[in-house]
Design a protein around this ligand. Structure first.
Ligand code: ADP
Ligand code: MG
Length: 489
């Protein structure tokens, strides 16, 4: 019997807001323990929650980015449980009336080979709701200490349908979700800081079956590769159980990314255990079309939409676009440059893309600077000027590399640098150039003959000697023109 896996993800993402979900205490990471607190966060008697509108804005923006229907009204519920990470003994969440309903995320499956475009698949979402994060327990040898800095941080929970089929698909899902939320300014989604966390629900069933098998929930997965590994591990574990005649029990398991093993945490947990009920301190929130459309207007293009546009409008190859789209600042830099290139853009679009994704990124890596700061030295306008100098034959490709390195270091314009370093090609149509070309034809009679007989590429055998005679300074476009003129006679 063949088995197939079914996976659903629950992804928690902290929203980028200045203050907490129900109070004006600051939200933040890496501060002294218990400094981002106030009576509401600590649930001191009599403290009442006040809703942070910025958090609602952010979750609506998140929902619009992943095609959700934004509810007309959402409400707050108490999820009751007793654990020191929540001083209130309940968590405010949206069990019954979530803010975003349905939705979908387009993912790219791994391609058949590196750098080849993979297929795309649409993963349906169940909902996104808003809740508050909880505090953090730090366990030491003889005591445990609690830090409430994280408590009350606006947190969205995105729940997929059981629609993913492998660890690789889950990784692809989280990768594009993270990029989409980062580029939309919804969250920084830094998994190391816990800004994005994922639980994976995994089951198997006979291949082709329509009914769902018993699911196991994998918890505490704090990197995308751990999510992939945990799912792959769990599919193997369940398959082994079923193949040896056993059956999977519904439970929550903890995956250890370092050892690649998992252990059971708990086996029974039902919604009614939490005794959800509507919160009496908070009003429902009504959302109208004006609110929705004002936020929709603030959203960036989604990464794969942008990729399709760049490929269609500028004939950019997949390899270049698949580097650009993952960082909004990088993609914006490209768009700015191509627009500046103006009417020449179709011809220059690809060289501009090559300079950005190869040379600029390589130089930035070398200084390990962030794209933002270091790239500012090479402005889009100067990059376009460089590409135009190459296209006009004023700079050979070797000279251009030298000019670029200088641009990266100084931020000067390429013309200035080329003049300063004497890197421009020789002026056009000089007698000298014509003489070099005649010499090259005389010294390479065979190549000349082949070219005249129709072998186009043979001209390259003549260009090399001319460039050499000019010490690399001849304008390649003029060399080409002159050689063709002389060979035509
Ligand atoms: P629970 O009530 O246990 O929280 P939900 O129905 O709310 O379960 O689903 C939680 C997550 O588990 C969702 O992402 C959903 O797609 C996924 N899921 C539900 N049933 C299965 C299953 N049989 N196999 C895999 N994933 C599942
Ligand atoms: Mg659930």
């Amino acid at each position: 019997m063949k088995y197939e896996a079914v996976i659903g993800l629950e992804v928690h993402i902290q929203l980028k807001t200045r203050t907490k979900m129900f109070t004006r205490a600051a939200a933040g990471y890496g501060h002294e323990p218990n400094t981002l607190t106030d009576p509401v966060v600590l649930a001191l008697p009599g403290a009442l929650p006040v809703l942070n509108k910025a958090a609602i804005d952010q979750v609506i923006r998140a929902g619009l980015l992943v095609n959700c229907r934004i509810a007309d009204e959402c409400r707050w519920d108490r999820k009751n449980y007793f654990y020191p990470d929540s001083p209130k003994n309940y968590q405010l969440t949206q069990q019954f009336k979530p803010i975003c309903i349905g939705g979908s995320v387009e993912i790219e499956l791994p391609g058949p080979a590196r750098n080849i475009q993979g297929g795309h698949k649409t993963i349906s979402l169940n909902r996104i709701h808003l809740e508050e994060d909880v505090g953090k327990l730090n366990h030491f040898a003889t005591e445990s200490l609690v830090d409430y800095n994280r408590a009350g941080t606006p947190l969205m929970e995105l729940v997929t349908e059981p629609a993913l089929a492998s660890g690789d698909e889950a990784a692809a899902f989280l990768t594009i979700l993270r990029a989409t939320m980062q580029q939309g300014g919804v969250s920084d989604c830094d998994m190391e800081k816990g800004q994005m966390r994922c639980d994976a629900n995994v089951s198997i069933r006979p291949a082709g079956s329509k009914t769902l098998g018993t699911k196991v929930e994998m918890k505490n997965l704090n990197s995308i590769s751990f999510v992939r590994d945990a799912i792959t591990h769990e599919i193997k574990r369940q398959t082994a159980i079923v193949e040896s005649g056993g059956s999977v029990i519904q439970e929550t398991r903890d995956f250890d990314g370092i050892t690649g093993t998992s252990q059971s945490l708990r086996t029974k947990e039902d919604a009614h255990d939490y005794r959800y009920f509507p919160d009496p301190d908070l009003m429902p929130v009504r959302i109208d079309d004006a609110w929705r459309s004002a936020l929709a207007a603030t959203l960036p293009e989604r990464p794969f939409d942008r990729q399709r546009r760049l490929m269609a409008d500028y004939k950019l190859p997949y390899t270049i676009t698949s580097v650009l789209i993952w960082d909004k600042r990088l993609a914006d830099y490209y768009d700015t440059a191509v627009k500046l290139a103006g009417l020449d853009a179709p011809a220059l679009a690809q060289p501009i893309g090559n300079w950005i994704t190869n040379d600029l990124l390589r130089e930035l890596g070398a200084t390990s600077a962030t794209f933002d700061e270091a790239a500012a030295k090479v402005t889009p306008a100067n990059l376009v000027a460089l590409v135009k100098l190459i296209a006009a034959g004023t700079l050979t490709s070797n000279a251009a590399k030298e000019v670029f390195a200088d641009m990266f270091a100084t931020g000067d314009a390429p013309e200035t640098i080329a003049d300063r370093r004497g890197l421009k090609t020789a002026p056009t149509n000089t007698d000298e150039l014509e003489q070099w070309c005649r010499d090259a034809i005389a010294a390479n009679a065979k190549a000349a003959e082949e070219f005249r007989a129709g072998k186009e590429s043979a001209i390259n055998g003549l260009k090399g000697p001319v460039m050499k005679a000019s010490k690399g300074k001849a304008n390649p476009a003029d060399v080409d023109k002159t050689l063709r003129r002389l060979l035509a006679n």
